[in-house]
Design a protein around this ligand. Sequence first.
Ligand code: PSU
Ligand code: MN
Length: 314
Amino acid sequence: MTQLPRSFSLSFEVNRARTQGQAIVALESTVITHGLPAPQNLELAADMEQAVRDEGAIPATVAVLDGKIHIGLGMDEVQRVASAESPRKISLRDFATALVKDEIGGTTVAGTIFAAHQAGIQVFATGGIGGVHREKEGQAQFDISTDLQALAQIPMIVVCAGAKSILDLDATLEYLETLGVPVVGYGTDKFPEFFSAGEKRAVSVQLDSPQDVVKFARRHWEIGMKSAVLVCQPVPADAAMKASEAEEAERQADDEARKKGIRGQALTPFLLKRVNELTKGKSMRANLALLKNNATLAGKIAAQMALESHKRVI
Ligand code: PSU
Ligand code: MN
């Protein structure tokens, strides 16, 4: 196993799992630092870790603290990340900044899959990926999440609930196609829209079991592809919102962001908070349910992968 650069710090448990070929699921931490308010952020972090464990896999929450990129956090460390004063949101460009300034930071989808891949982890769970933001009238604005670039470059199974319809979803899917990233619908042939199941846009392939996802990813990488496999699972039906209700709140939040001049890294956190206020908490309920559901599926996929690797060795 390759030696990691000195800025990485693996937890004892993750390091052991890695050397023993046990199933591991990486988890992001921007959802803890910027995506959810306290105390839901801390509860959610613990719930996602538990959901992964329930499937027989080891959770590896990624975050920056004490001048290191941590892969696998103890509960005391999760607590520090969740209650940090002004944590940095860490995508690919931001690691070195947080490291040299000795800041606490939550890693985005891009940041987390980068770090997890360095440690040899192949499965990751999140809520929604970043994407192409809508063009704003009268503003020469251009905002495409680094997540898309990272998905193009990092071989990882990324389990998500699609992307929020506040993004330009048509452009986001086109861009994923351009970058050569397969978009898998898990148990659906439609691209899920985060708060709602999604019924408008097609995925590139439908797969219905963890076994099939593992088989697909192995083929994808075996032939020499380097990109991620994006597995999109719809929000659980009992927590889903009506697409029209979610879209209306998101549109209003987006209008307000434009008027207030909120942009760049601050945009997604603002939209999430505002949509939650406008929907009187319904959006957060959906958000929490889909995050846990994705951790469970990622746990199943990682467990299946580990099982097959053992069989290969024997
Ligand atoms: N979408 C959500 N909640 C989130 C995020 C996205 O519904 O918390 C976070 C993820 O960490 C994602 C990041 O990687 O926002 C994307 O931010 P940006 O658009 O600035 O790249
Ligand atoms: Mn952005």
